[in-house]
Each structure stands twice: as C-alpha cells, then as structure tokens.
Design a binder for this molecule. Structure first.
Ligand code: ZN
Length: 68
C-alpha cells in the first residue's frame, strides 16, 4: 500500500518585534516591526526557511507591510 503525503503547511514565527508608527487597516490595532521567520513544511519536515521583516499588527497578526 502506498501513502501519498500532500500536506504542506507554513509556520510563522515572530522572533522579535518592536512598536512602530501606524495602525492596522483591518482592526485598528497597533502596528509593530517584526523579524519573521517562515518555515514551509512538507509532511511536517521543514524544507524551506525564509527570514524577513515586516510590519504586523500586534492585535490580529495581519501583515501590513513587508520589506521584501
Ligand atoms: Zn489588526
């Protein structure tokens, strides 16, 4: 019997963040500049890592602006 695994997910980790000027366009919460690391996983095995910096909402987690 053959199992096919098509489970791909992304895990986002905010490494450090500090308050930034601006508010969220979705919920009006405070914005912060954060260093984010995104791991793309296939069958729970990470195969692609990306570090980037973005302005995110501290309340709902929406990405307001990304620098890359
Ligand atoms: Zn928000």
């Amino acid at each position: 019997m053959v199992f096919f695994c098509f489970l791909v997910d992304q895990k986002r980790m905010v490494r450090n963040s500090k308050p930034a000027a601006g508010t969220c366009s979705r919920c009006g919460g405070g914005a912060s500049v954060a260093d984010i690391k995104t791991a793309t996983r296939f069958c729970y095995v990470p195969f692609y890592w990306k570090s980037w910096r973005a302005i995110i909402c501290t309340f709902c987690g929406a990405t307001l602006k990304s620098y890359r």
